[in-house]
Design a protein around this ligand. Sequence first.
Ligand SMILES: N=c1c2ncn([C@@H]3O[C@H](COP(=O)(O)OP(=O)(O)OP(=O)(O)O)[C@@H](O)[C@H]3O)c2ncn1[C@@H]1O[C@H](COP(=O)(O)O)[C@@H](O)[C@H]1O
Length: 125
Amino acid sequence: MDDYCASTQGSQKHLQQMIDATIFHRLAETIETRKQADPASSYVAKLLHEGQDKILRKIAEESAETLLASKDGDAQHVIREIADLWFHCLVLLAHHEVSPDDVLKELQKREGISGIDEKASRKIG
Ligand SMILES: N=c1c2ncn([C@@H]3O[C@H](COP(=O)(O)OP(=O)(O)OP(=O)(O)O)[C@@H](O)[C@H]3O)c2ncn1[C@@H]1O[C@H](COP(=O)(O)O)[C@@H](O)[C@H]1O
């Protein structure tokens, strides 16, 4: 039993190390450091300094550009626009003092729950 617990803890630690190493987390850490940076030398600091409305405008802009890239049928362009969109969403999360982990945990909670079933259960209540 002790061996089992040790091995489970070992794999959980390994999993956590893998999660910590993702670009989402590295980028979120960089964005966090930019809260103290000079807006003249950092794009993220500039966005955070200009505030929520500027960040939301960028998200709306990048969403529209994603839509246009998709309608053009250009998958590589879609990838670049979604990268812009996700990046600006990470800046919005930092503005709200929350981490990408909170979003990942929300997705994890929904894992395996069909959107069709979830919607139907809303109608019953
Ligand atoms: N991943 C990104 C990233 N993706 C996109 N962008 C910037 O997001 C902007 C996208 O907006 P647009 O294409 O509309 O460009 P724009 O017209 O110049 O923007 P606006 O003047 O309208 O605000 C561009 O300036 C891009 O350079 C990014 N800027 C920064 N990062 C990451 O954030 C880190 C910190 O950046 P700094 O804070 O600038 O050091 C970097 O090391 C990168 O890892």
